[in-house]
Design a protein around this ligand. Sequence first.
Ligand code: ADP
Length: 251
Amino acid sequence: MNNNIIEVKNLNTYFNDKQILKNINLTFEEKSITALIGPSGCGKSTFLRTLNSMNNLTKTFKMTGEITIEDEKLDETTDEVELRKKVGMVFQKANPFPKSIYENVAYGLRIHGIKDEDQIHKTVIKCLKDVALYDEVKDDLQKSAYKLSGGQQQRLCIARSIAVSPKIILMDEPCSALDPISTLKIEDLIYELKKDYTIIIVTHNMQQATRVSENTVFFLNGEVIETGPTNEMFLHPKEQETENYITGKFG
Ligand code: ADP
């Protein structure tokens, strides 16, 4: 028995007729952190977005191959609302709703039909505590989320994503708009979240990949060039292209 929560087989993706991802085969273990690295435009975000069917929002998108999440194959019968509950996403730029801090976290619970205000309250507080934001905002829960700093907004977005109990959290360069201190806070948080969630994070920052991830996947021109334990890949890359990229020769 393996404990892979995600299996990707022979994945090819296209926008119009331009092929972006080429024959991707990858597995992701439950409650692990994987970094996706590679130069801009090599397909990291496109790959991430196949895992919660976000690319399907783009009319010109097509894919072949198989993606299995918790033993269920994604296909045209997949309920995308349920899928995105299971596979949450955090974006490059924090994107809180134009609502209060409290309602940003409560929102997902409400749209999934939870009406018990006590339960909602407990979950909101727990999630804010889990992302280490509660102490900073406890007196301002009814204030607009836009009043928070960028780093606080990103932690709020992570709180919003965990409120609906996802299994997997996709993070697309979650720290790229943040200062170094906020970045370290988010990295600490990501590490904490690994106890409960499977995390896949796109990053341009090689130090970040080594600080937070256990496994790394190196993409180049839509292909996976190398994948393996992060320490091994950074100390002893198997492929010349990996070495060139992680030592900053291109990208
Ligand atoms: P990365 O995350 O590695 O920077 P992306 O996955 O964003 O790379 O992009 C991979 C390629 O797919 C790029 O050539 C990009 O222009 C193209 N692409 C991404 N999104 C779309 C889209 N919605 N329509 C057309 N082409 C796209």
